[in-house]
Structure formats: structure tokens, C-alpha cells
Design a protein around this ligand. Structure first.
Ligand SMILES: Cc1cc2nc3c(=O)[nH]c(=O)nc-3n(C[C@H](O)[C@H](O)[C@H](O)COP(=O)(O)OP(=O)(O)OC[C@H]3O[C@@H](n4cnc5c(N)ncnc54)[C@H](O)[C@@H]3O)c2cc1C
Length: 398
């Protein structure tokens, strides 16, 4: 894997290409964010540009047509994209974390899964992650969706919610129960019996296309199952997937924080200049400074978690670092946007103000797994020096 100069707060010293591309795409995405939100429309044009720019293959190994970036680089790029459009970055993160998980699995198993990576890279496919269900919520290691054998094939039945990226996904990585095992299976969008129900109409993150996914007797080959393990269990592959998910998600909400602060600095500067050096100007500056402090803390946690993962070492510790980064980032994103709105004042309440959109987008953060309660239990558990072998909202960490 390449060294990771991109994850720091300052400008990267090397490998600027993907970051520069992401920064320039982010500018274009920012100009579209408002209309996508208002029209509740999936960010299709952004994904065409992401595909053409090659940002969809970031984590795949170079020998299989990817860009060979580690988690720290990927987080840095996701953060830049979220600086322009948080829903686009969130939707891309579901794809990138799925690829990251495939890569980590391949590193452990060294099996034929490279064939799937090669196909994804060559054809620049987007892969959605279909895990959440209405009945099980974020308890993603214990789905109700089932895989049952029939005449040498497997039948997939169930319903997923929050199917982010579904309007353009070329493949869906679906979790299903197969006996007492949790199976991860790849399903193409044109599989007979698979329907995307266009239900997504949410408070925020409206351009993510997170529709419902219905599987009614979808026939899949046993070869499409790319990983399985006991329900609720955490092995090295699942652990790596959770780390990729938590860290890239934290990067999305860090980019959102940065977008809100950018707007606030620009909006506030004239008021500070006009009133300086009065107490009012000082208070505004101090309040902005407190939010800047939070931004730096979130950035430090994201970098620490992603760099720790790339560096190797104790798995549970690295899992805890990513969970802490994500829990902190999503909570602080809500607080920072609130703070930005009160600093900017009443005009931030208008639909036309980007802060009112970011306020709604930031609300999504609290619903991503691991839930805040489970995250805190995990941090306490790892703090007690115990390894993580099982994850469940219902029965906790073990
Ligand atoms: C914008 C957006 C995009 C998303 N995209 C995807 C996607 O692409 N793929 C996907 O699979 N999912 C996706 N999700 C879904 C997400 O991952 C969650 O599964 C989903 O939000 C379910 O949350 P929930 O609150 O219903 O369930 P849960 O997190 O299970 O929570 C249900 C209730 O249980 C409580 N609870 C949770 N944990 C504990 C605990 N340990 N102890 C006690 N109480 C607890 C909660 O407080 C809550 O009241 C997305 C979500 C959002 C908001």
C-alpha cells in the first residue's frame, strides 16, 4: 500500500492528483447541492463525474486496476467531496467502504475475490451496501432477509431500507441470514425478483437515493456469496468493514462541518470588521473559535483512526479509534451547524441559505451504526482491554 500523506489537516505533500480532482469536483457539487436537495433528486450527474474521474476505484489494488489508496487517503478524499456536497460524499462512502471491505478480505484470504475487484475496476462499477432492515434497524449483523437453498441455487427474500446509491448501483452487497450464518451476497440490479422502490423522501441527505430494496425469490449463485460467518459475530473481515464504514462516515461529517464553517467565516467577517474592536466583535470571534476548535478535534480523530488502520496493530483498538471518530464527528456536526446558524443569525433560517440544508443533513448522522449507545459500550469494552468478537444492539458487545 502507498504511504499516506493525504490524511493530514494541511495540504498534502505528495500524491496530489486524487485530492486535487476531489477539490475541483467539490466546487461543482456545491453549486448543485441546493437544487438536488430541493428536488429530492439523486446526485446522478455528480456520480457520472466521479466515475469519469476514477474516484470510484480508490481503494482497489493497483494490480487489479484500482488506485491502491489506503483508508487515510480515502477519508481525505471523501472529506473534500463532502466539503462540496455531503449527500454525494455519503453515497460514495457506502461504495468505497464496500470496496475497502473487499480489499481487506482479499488481503486476508488471497482467494479468487480478486476477479470481482478486477471487474469493478475495469468497468468502474458502483456497489451499494444493503444491510439495514425495518425490523432490525442498525443491528446489521443479524438480518431477517434470508438465503435458502433450492436446486443448487440460493433464493434471496427480504426487504432492505436506506438503500443509498440505489438509482445507479451496478451491484448490491446484501446481508442475509443463511441458517445460523450471516452471508454477504452480491446481487445485480436486474436480477428477476429484485425491485428498487423509490421511497426516499427524508429530512436531509436527500440526494442520496436511499430507497427501499425488495427481494422476492431472487435466485443467486452460491458463488455470489463472498463472505459468511456466524450471526452477530465479528471476524477480521467484518471488523475491517466496520472500520472502513465508521472512518469514511466520520470524514463525510467532517467535510460537512468544514462546509458550514466556510460559509460562516465568510458571512461573519464583515460584521467582525464593522464592529471591531468592540466586545461584540470579540464575542463573535471567540464563538467562531470554539467551533474551529471542534473542527480541529474531529479532523484529528478522523486522521488518527484512518492512519492507525493503515499502520496495522491491535484490531479492537483500531476499531475503537474509528468508532470514536464517527460518534464524535456525527454528534459535533449537529452542534457545529447549530452554532454556525446562531452566529450567522436569522438569515441562516431561510431555505436558500446553505446552513439550513446542512442543518438537516447533519441530523442524519445520529442514525448511522454503530448507534451512539453501542459505540459507547464498545469504547468502554475495549477500554477494559477486551477484544471485540460480537456486536449487537440487543445483546451488546462480547
Ligand atoms: C442518510 C442515511 C443513509 C443510509 N444509508 C444506508 C445504506 O446505504 N445501507 C444501509 O444498510 N443502511 C443505511 N442507513 C441506515 C442506517 O445504517 C441505520 O440502519 C438506520 O438508520 C436504522 O436506524 P434505526 O434508528 O431505525 O435503528 P437502530 O439504530 O437499531 O435504533 C432503533 C432504536 O434502538 C435504540 N438503540 C440502538 N442501539 C441501542 C443499544 N445498543 N442499546 C439500547 N438502545 C439502542 C436507538 O436509540 C433507537 O431508539 C442509512 C441511514 C441514513 C440516515
Amino acid at each position: 500500500m502507498r504511504p499516506s500523506p493525504l490524511a493530514r489537516d494541511e495540504a498534502p505533500a505528495a500524491e496530489p492528483d486524487a485530492v486535487a480532482v476531489a477539490a475541483s469536483l467539490a466546487e461543482r457539487f456545491r453549486s448543485r447541492a441546493d437544487v438536488l436537495d430541493r428536488e429530492n433528486r439523486f446526485a446522478r450527474e455528480n456520480f457520472e463525474e466521479i466515475r469519469s474521474a476514477g474516484l470510484g476505484v480508490l481503494p482497489l489494488p493497483q494490480q487489479y486496476g484500482g488506485a491502491g489508496h489506503g483508508l487515510a487517503d480515502v477519508c481525505h478524499i471523501v472529506r473534500r467531496l463532502a466539503h462540496g456536497c455531503a449527500p454525494t460524499a455519503l453515497a460514495l462512502n457506502m461504495h468505497l467502504m464496500t470496496l475497502g471491505s473487499l480489499v481487506e478480505r482479499w488481503k486476508i484470504k488471497r482467494d479468487l475475490s480478486w476477479v470481482a475487484m478486477r471487474a469493478i475496476a475495469d468497468r468502474r462499477l458502483f456497489v451499494a451496501a444493503a444491510m439495514s432492515e425495518p425490523e432490525t434497524g442498525s443491528d446489521f449483523l443479524c438480518p431477517r432477509t434470508s438465503l435458502t437453498p433450492r436446486a443448487g441455487k440460493l433464493l434471496l427474500n427480504g426487504r432492505k431500507v436506506f438503500g443509498t446509491l440505489s438509482p445507479i448501483a451496478d451491484m448490491f452487497a446484501v446481508t442475509a441470514r443463511q441458517g445460523d450464518q450471516l452471508a454477504f451476497v452480491l446481487v445485480p440490479p436486474d436480477a428477476p425478483g429484485f425491485t428498487v422502490r423509490e421511497t426516499w423522501n427524508a429530512l436531509g441527505m436527500r440526494a442520496t437515493g436511499s430507497h427501499d430494496l425488495v427481494f422476492e425469490g431472487v435466485e443467486v449463485s452460491p458463488k455470489a456469496v463472498f463472505h459468511s460467518l456466524p450471526l452477530h459475530a465479528v471476524d477480521s473481515v467484518v471488523l475491517a468493514g466496520v472500520v472502513w464504514f465508521e472512518a469514511t462516515l466520520a470524514a463525510v461529517y467532517l467535510g460537512l462541518i468544514e462546509q458550514a464553517l466556510d460559509f460562516t467565516r465568510t458571512a461573519l467577517a464583515p460584521a467582525v470588521d464593522r464592529t471591531s474592536p468592540t466586545a461584540q466583535a470579540r464575542i463573535l470571534t471567540m464563538e467562531l473559535g470554539a467551533l474551529e476548535e471542534t473542527r480541529r478535534a474531529v479532523a484529528a480523530l478522523v486522521s488518527e483512526a484512518a492512519e492507525a488502520w493503515d499502520a496495522g496493530g491491535d484490531e479492537s483498538e483500531r476499531l475503537a479509534a474509528s468508532v470514536a471518530a464517527k460518534t464524535y464527528a456525527v454528534r459535533e456536526a449537529r452542534r457545529v451547524v447549530d452554532g454556525c446558524m446562531s452566529l450567522v443569525g436569522g438569515r441562516s433560517y431561510a431555505q436558500s441559505c446553505p446552513l439550513s440544508r446542512l442543518y438537516r443533513d447533519a441530523r442524519a448522522g445520529g442514525f448511522h451504526p454503530l448507534s451512539e449507545r453501542l459505540s459507547h459500550e464498545l469504547l468502554g469494552w475495549v477500554g477494559l482491554g477486551r477484544p471485540v468478537a460480537r456486536l449487537s444492539n440487543a445483546t451488546g458487545i462480547a
